[in-house]
Design a protein around this ligand. Structure first.
Ligand code: PMP
Length: 423
């Protein structure tokens, strides 16, 4: 049995009062809080081994390189990726957004003929298709929408069911022989719905398309194995999985990473540089131009290890009890949940609309009681349009939340419409 009270006690930020109330943090989908182990790892790196990686002959450089690569291996283990030397499948990025833009830029470069014969599988031209879903965060939608403008490829999307799940009943119509790229979210950041990705991946591969997974909202909450899922690429951020901000990861099947042309150019990614032309390294290094966020990566590795020590199954089961409580928001008069109502194939991220009360007013009312939720469009405007709204309120759980936290929100929510006089 995992003692989740003891786990919560490892998060110093949670031990404070906001507006005279004990802080209830229900905004982990935006960013998670950090346990002492992660905070200490980053500080200790600077205190003891800070040095540039992959260069320099001195001992500190060797130690920081080792710490950096060990962290990559821990993160790889968390998601079922290869980490052995020469087979690494995890690229360090500045975050999920940076990783997704890296892919779109690299595909664009391949479309211009860069990367030679091997990169042709990533090349797009007019008549080809890029497919996303309406559930996408803008960080998936926009890089690939832009890629369609740059290459002349057609931009298409899979629509949603009434309760906001990515549809899988018409995949043969949307994903066709002309589809070259499919990019879909694993878990909707607004709806909390877990996408039934197996048939989408199967269909994408059937037509010879690359499949990209947005794993931002799955890796922190569920046991994820990219090999078992057979995704080609996946992007996620460290700051939502109890790690630091400013760093994230991009998974790619090793043969695809070998074939993909780079997107960013500069130091630490080259073999030979001449004035006439240059050659680039293979593997993750090819995509890691410039000085890397070493302290943050090392701390992200500690976060991955910390999660694995608790056990992803335990995290998932614990957060399911919080989701059950948050879903009771749907029983409050005038409140509508945007997303699946039942506690099946979803995580503890629950977006809701309060009839007649603007989300900013809701947010302020809830905040006054020491409860942090997110209001706005959550970088998912097309999802809100699907529900006939522009914005909503969103509560989202982390491993440190208790059922009491969710109950506090539901109790507070009961007073919203009365307070604003719309009952
Ligand atoms: N995709 C999803 C589903 C997300 O929730 C987020 C973060 N809100 C992103 C992508 C982008 O992540 P980041 O802002 O850390 O780059």
């Amino acid at each position: 049995m995992v003692d989740f009270k003891a786990i919560r006690a490892q998060f110093p930020i949670l031990d404070q009062e906001i507006h005279g109330h004990p802080l209830v943090y229900l905004d982990s989908a935006a960013t998670s809080q950090k346990p002492n182990a992660v905070i200490d790892a980053e500080a200790n790196f600077y205190r003891t081994i800070n040095a540039g990686v992959h260069r320099g002959a001195h001992e500190l450089a060797a130690r920081s390189t080792m710490a950096f690569e060990e962290a990559r291996a821990k993160v790889a283990k968390l998601v079922g990726a290869n980490a052995a030397e020469g087979e690494e499948e995890v690229v360090v990025t500045g975050g999920a957004t940076a990783g997704l833009n890296l892919l779109a830029t690299a595909f664009g470069n391949a479309s211009l003929g860069r990367g030679g014969e091997a990169a042709k599988r990533f090349a797009l031209k007019p008549g080809d298709e890029i497919v996303v879903s309406r559930a996408e965060h803008h960080s998936v939608l926009l890089p690939f929408q832009e890629l369609s403008y740059r290459t002349g490829a057609t931009f298409k999307w899979i629509d949603l069911t009434e309760d906001g799940r990515v549809r899988t009943d018409n995949l043969d119509e949307v994903i066709t022989e002309r589809t070259k790229v499919v990019a879909v979210t694993h878990v909707g950041n607004a709806t909390g719905a877990i996408t039934n990705i197996a048939p989408i991946i199967k269909r994408a591969h059937e037509v010879g398309s690359i499949f990209i997974l947005d794993a931002c909202q799955s890796v922190p909450h569920l046991k994820v194995d990219f090999h078992a899922l057979d995704v080609d690429f996946a992007a996620w951020s460290a700051h939502k999985m109890y790690g630091p901000t400013g760093v994230g990861f991009l998974y790619g099947k090793r043969d695809l990473l070998e074939a993909l042309p780079p997107a960013n150019f500069g130091g630490s990614m080259i073999e030979v540089v001449r004035m006439e032309s240059s050659t680039y390294m293979s593997g993750p290094a090819r995509f890691e131009a410039g000085t890397q966020p070493v302290a943050q990566v090392v701390a992200a590795g500690v976060a991955a290890e910390w999660m694995m020590n608790i056990g992803l199954e335990n995290i998932e089961a614990h957060e399911k009890t919080i989701a059950a409580e948050l879903l009771k928001l749907g029983d409050v008069d005038g409140i509508r949940i945007l997303g699946p109502r039942e506690n099946v194939d979803r995580i503890g991220t629950v977006a809701f609309d309060v009839a007649g009360v603007h989300p900013h007013d809701v947010g302020q009312f809830i905040d006054a009681q020491g409860i942090a939720i997110r209001v706005g469009h959550h970088c998912a405007q097309p999802v809100h349009r699907h529900f006939g709204l522009y914005a909503s309120n969103r509560a989202s759980s982390g491993v440190y939340n208790s059922v009491e936290d969710a109950q506090a929100l539901v109790e507070a929510a009961k007073g919203i419409r009365k307070f604003f006089g719309v009952e």
